[in-house]
Design a protein around this ligand. Structure first.
Ligand code: SF4
Ligand code: SF4
Length: 156
């Protein structure tokens, strides 16, 4: 009997073709949220403010083919960078596979449903606000989960 080839989401990232690479994304939308970096410490703070192109209801990019032209700093994940970006969520499928870890059961490739990531509380869908609606991103730093917190104003 020949060896059974594992499904692509269990294979090393450098063996995936373009279609498989794209399909690996769980669609959480978390990488499309603004982060703030403390200039002094280098610490990165997550916010619940989404890129202008993110559909905040579905957590999907509304113009994926043209995203680089419209949002120049939209990050293009590659097989080389997937395991090197500390701000990628620990649940990110690319990060997990770059670290040799399996996908979570809620990933649509495992569960067969796009709803399970929402039920698991991992998707940004319906839990974030567009940058177009926000005056100061600093007011939208979040800590655990997607509970937005207001940053207290400095004492006068
Ligand atoms: S352009 Fe699209 S893929 Fe890029 S950060 Fe914005 S919403 Fe996400
Ligand atoms: S964090 Fe990773 S899995 Fe989630 S949308 Fe971004 S690239 Fe896809």
């Amino acid at each position: 009997m020949g060896e059974v080839t594992p499904p692509f989401w269990e294979r090393p990232l450098d063996t995936l073709d373009g279609t498989e690479w794209e399909a690996l994304c769980d669609g959480c939308g978390q990488c499309c949220l603004h982060k703030l970096e403390d200039a002094d410490t280098g610490e990165i703070y997550e916010t619940d403010v989404a890129c202008t192109l993110l559909d905040v209801c579905t957590a999907r990019c509304t113009d994926y083919p043209n995203r680089k032209a419209k949002v120049p700093d939209c990050l293009q994940l590659t097989r080389e960078t997937a395991g090197t970006l500390p701000w990628l969520p620990e649940t990110c499928a690319y990060r997990l596979r770059a670290e040799g870890k399996p996908l979570y059961d809620w990933h649509y490739l495992i569960s067969g449903s796009r709803e399970t990531i929402i039920e698991a509380g991992v998707s940004a869908a319906g839990r974030v606000i567009s940058e177009d609606e926000v005056d100061a991103i600093e007011d939208h730093v979040r800590i655990e989960g997607f509970e937005a917190i207001r940053v207290e104003d400095d004492e006068e």
